[in-house]
Write a protein that binds this ligand. Sequence first.
Ligand code: EPU
Length: 417
Amino acid sequence: MKVLEIEGGKTLSGTIRISGAKNSAVALIPAAILSDEEVTICNIPEITDTEALCEILKYLGADVQRASESIVIKSSKITNQEIPASLSKKLRASYYFMGALLGKYGRVKMRFPGGCSIGSRPINLHLKGFEALGATITEKGNCYVVEADELHGAEIYLDFASVGATINIMLASVKAKGTTIIDNAAKEPEIVNVATLLNNMGAKITGAGTSTIKIRGVEKLGSCFHEVIPDRIEAGTYIILGACCGDNLKVDNIIPEHVEALTSKLKEAGVPLKIGTDYVLVSKPKKAKAVHVRTQTYPGFPTDLQQPLSVFLTQCEGKSKVEETIYENRFMHIPYLNQMGADIRIKNQTATIVGPTELVGSNVVATDLRAGASLVIAALLGKGKSKITNVEHILRGYEQIVEKLTNVGANIKEREI
Ligand code: EPU
């Protein structure tokens, strides 16, 4: 088991370079199998989630070559077989193989995906989309068989603008006969990045990034070169860290527009920020005031950043509120923050944070990826030593976290126990 040992209380300055977006990369890798030709994707983050997807690719028989940040995938020799649960349960995004294999072969057999336990996370909207495209679905003991004689275009309204369902429907419909329209589609930047990859491969997708996406089916997809966008959640995590203990901390290689919901909240709280064309420079404010956030789909405040933000809010004067509207169970970091000295109460889906409070190091557990990230920030901010266990969750989504933090002056070590 891996643990992180952190000695907090240091001021952090220097530059953190942001990696490729996890939530893009995990969809781009399965999407690549829709072509039999070579697909090169660069800026793939080296995190355990992308490693797990490469394992699945190899299991299916794809040729996968990894060279530093790029990956070259050739899928001409893959076979359409069931992905073992031992591989699919490693991460939520394994479900993108449902859309990709269905789109390629018209049939897929797969188990329910894994991922962070932050809510019930059903896949009914994905399945509704597949059915609308002409597939029939049989479910037996958590195993789904989705098959169609022929996939055809359809108009699909999503009851909720789900990121996963939008991407999976794009993957399944890209080679279907006729035109598919997804209404109330998710608008996250990762959706645009996936649509761009597919278009580079020869697909005909318009409207990605708006709530109506139109996919005109094509017969064949070819080879392409594509780049993963910078990770807006990794960027946001480090910007929040800078607001907690930074002195001109530069968070570099980002698309500032993608983190605007966060930066405007931090400005409202009084955090000094300089926003450049591809970076944000952030320092801890002398005094910060309480703010309220409510998580929403993009471009609203991202659910993935509410846990890290809650640490900063413990330093703000007054009563802040964080309302989580996307997941039912995304406050598991709160008892640990309270153990470290925070004053946070949860009622229904809202956390009320009274500040400022001094945080002190403690032994805590990363219950999920972003809870883990928030505990890293709390440990760096707090006085004294912290030990974080269940670090595997954090390594699923943050590339070289120890190196990046050490480079800006943090005292953090990863140990195997
Ligand atoms: N939902 C349904 N039915 C569905 C699909 C979703 O009810 O068929 C509900 C979910 O239960 C949830 C809400 O809709 O309450 C949002 O789910 P969505 O499908 O948008 O999320 P996702 O695709 O499962 C991705 C990211 C998450 C991120 C969300 C929201 C990946 C692999 N995961 O999840 O990232 O929180 O979008 O932006 O892309 C993370 O990075 O820590 C993370 C959890």
